[in-house]
Design a protein around this ligand. Sequence first.
Ligand code: TAP
Length: 479
Amino acid sequence: MSQWEYAPAPESRDIANLKPKYRPFIGGEFVDGSGDPSKTVNPATEEVLAEVGTASASDVDTAVKAARKAYERVWGPMPGTERAKYVFRLARLIQERARELAVLETLDNGKPIKESRDSDVPTAAAHFFYHAGWADKLDYAGFGPDPRPLGVAGQVIPWNFPLLMLAWKVAPALATGNTVVLKPAETTPLTALVFAEICQQADLPPGVVNIVPGAGDIGAAVVEHPDVDKVAFTGSTEVGKHIQRTLAGTRKRLTLELGGKAANVVFDDAPLDQAVEGIVNGIFFNQGHVCCAGSRLLVQESIADELLDKLRARVSTLRLGDPLDKNTDIGAINSPEQLAKIKELVASGEQDGAQRWTSSCPVPEKGWFFAPTVFSGVEQSMRIAREEIFGPVLSVLTFRTPDEAVAKANNTPYGLSAGVWTEKGSRILWMADRLRAGVVWANTFNRFDPAAPFGGYKESGFGREGGRTGLEAYLHVQG
Ligand code: TAP
């Protein structure tokens, strides 16, 4: 297929205001952490972006103490009408610094600037706006009169949506009167540390938000700290299971947002061109580093060849490369470890006999990239149909009847999301009733709204984030 030529349109990296060194944020101050400093790297160029001071277990203890003090003396007793003003201010400041945050996110994570600019940062601000609105209305949220906060929330987030995952965690915690100790992912700490600056700018009382950069052991120190009342974790199912085992028998409340292997189901009456756009968005958005990615395409057998032809033609037009270029569709893979994991699973798909098609788009020599790939002829027993690849790789399976579609869609240990493409409203409802997934999108995919609760079934975790339901995870409610 002929492709438009695009002149380079790079966003300026100066907008990110990169500093040579970033430090943990504890008790309202940036402090020298006593962990070993790490370096955060631009995955698109492999250059070091900045040094990051990390926290040690004793810094985590200091952060939890600061959060406890702020909870008891200031934030917990503060009327909701006052808390709302702070949360609103955080939202406004994220908006004001949106370009800086977007460029910084793209540099640190590798995602295309058009995604960090148009999706991650505005949605993060939207979460703060939405929750600011709840802070003074909790008595009327249906949780009984005067629902109380839990206390100190320990929160651990992954690298795929660094600022957005922070917003999903911090906004509801603050709106409900809890204080926070948050550990960002080791490879993407920068926007969380700029958010710490925003907390200072908003005059947020010291200790209400604490950010402790570090690796998995610091996440474990946050989760296991005896004075943490609530743990919120987003990440892999493996680590989620470990955390659940560790917290079993303690008084701590827990929510887990884990992995996924979502089915995107296309029936023969679906508008195919629209479905192709949804399939592309479902698996190639954010390089496929999306827990709810539509990584398993289930297509009705009678239209499989036609749909696959259209899909390959469309995927051939995706532009891969410099994430700061405004025309880039697919950016860099966040780390060499993640790239190795993608390659290993793709090799297993080939060995198992699935047919691989990979876009012939140019791939930069420097940096960690993987060209968009579609596997057809995939069987349910293959690893590429069962395991989360967390990369730009789609596995295509076919079905003949709606019952078979449901059976195949649900044949996974996960249950985070699903998509249904059909022109029949009754079939959408029939499918939504049967799909064991926290979110079912109809004739669209990857739509997020702070008012809509998000979360999983089965090994995708439990608890909901967003909406009125998401508030409950941060409150003592009357049963
Ligand atoms: P993980 O390895 O699970 O890491 C997630 C976070 O936990 C990171 O901050 C990590 O620190 C930390 N961590 C590692 N070991 C820990 C431990 N023993 N105790 C406490 N914290 C620990 O996942 P990942 O590879 O970064 O992220 C990808 C996974 O997250 C995928 O499986 C994806 O599906 C899932 N995910 C799910 C969702 C939702 S909403 N369900 C959203 C995004 C991602 P380090 O950074 O140092 O490793």
